[in-house]
Ligand binder design. Structure first.
Ligand SMILES: [Mg+2]
Length: 315
């Protein structure tokens, strides 16, 4: 089998160390709004798409759903370097794209236009671009393509799907909100709930109280973010983390809190919603990104302009 073609363009003068950095990979459609262009690609094919992108290569693309998150990560890097110029544990952003290098020029120019610090642009012709995630030590992958996300999750990389949506640009610090079950945690309690209802799930939680909940698909990323967060005192931190879960605090909060403690994952604020809609609290938190496995919660967040990332359970 032929080696897949890929072109990697390094744009970061000061190379980050991938063994210490928190590497985030985003696809072009996650970071920029390419919906019109994508439509053109689907309707008229690759050639027309490439022509269009070349003709418009100096016209910056509008920001996409993950844009504000990447900008806020850049703010965190600045704050980390202010407190320790030698620090290597920084965010390292790479763009993974199925664009050819020719059509990718517009992507690079757009990133430059907004002053985005992207260390690598990977233009890969391969169908499954997620095979590059492990070699780049990617800790979080955001894509607008469900197959990409499923492939990444199957490779054991924290990954989520973003949809094009209206985003209220939040102010810094970087705020990241996580759902609990099937996101930070495994879906074991969700499964009991589906089989035996709320009473059954509560009984299960009581019986299992001393046992930490299994690990969910976004846990690895949350741990890396938590470690970065620990470099600062709570008041000075450029990162704030939130748990926004449908669990009730009274009956199902203890095991969740114990699990986070067991993992050493410090969460700044936790909201046990007892099944209530998450939109209103998310509107108040204004996270740069919110991870959930429930599409109704994603829609609720989108409805209040919160950039949302869906973690599909069944790929
Ligand atoms: Mg959930």
């Amino acid at each position: 089998m032929a080696e897949p073609e890929s072109t990697v363009i390094n744009t970061d003068v000061k190379q980050k160390d991938p063994s210490e950095a928190l590497v985030i990979a985003v696809t072009t459609r996650a970071i920029f709004n390419l919906e019109e262009e994508h439509q053109l690609y689907l309707e008229k094919g690759k050639e027309e798409y490439v022509k269009h992108q070349q003709a418009n290569q100096d016209k910056p693309l509008p920001p996409g759903t993950a844009f504000a998150f990447i900008q806020a990560a850049q703010y965190v890097n600045k704050k980390i370097l202010e407190s320790n110029p030698a620090e290597k544990g920084l965010f390292d952003i790479l763009v993974l794209s199925n664009n050819s290098p020719e059509s990718g020029m517009r992507i690079i120019n757009s990133a430059k236009h907004y002053g985005l610090e992207i260390s690598k642009f990977c233009f890969v012709s391969d169908e499954d671009s997620t095979q590059y995630l492990k070699s780049h030590r990617v800790k979080l992958f955001l894509s607008a393509d469900r197959t990409d996300v499923c492939n990444a999750l199957q490779r054991g990389v924290s990954a989520a799907l973003v949809f094009q949506q209206e985003v209220q640009a939040p102010s810094t610090p970087l705020r990241v909100a996580f759902d609990g079950d099937a996101v930070l945690f495994s879906d074991e309690t969700d499964q009991v709930f589906q089989k035996h209802g709320l009473e059954g799930a509560m009984q299960y939680e009581r019986a299992m109280e001393a046992v930490p909940i299994g690990e969910g698909p976004i846990k690895a990323f949350a741990m890396h973010l938590g470690n970065m967060r620990k470099k600062f005192s709570q008041e000075e931190s450029p990162i704030r983390t939130y748990l926004v879960t449908a669990r009730s605090g009274r009956d199902m909060g203890i095991r969740a809190i114990k699990t986070l403690r067991e993992w050493g994952l410090a969460i700044d604020e936790a909201f046990f919603m007892d099944g209530a809609p998450k939109g209103p609290i998310l509107a108040q938190i204004q996270p740069h990104i919110f991870f959930d496995d429930g599409l109704h919660n994603i829609q609720g967040a989108q409805g209040v302009g919160v950039p949302s990332a869906w973690v599909p359970l069944c790929c």
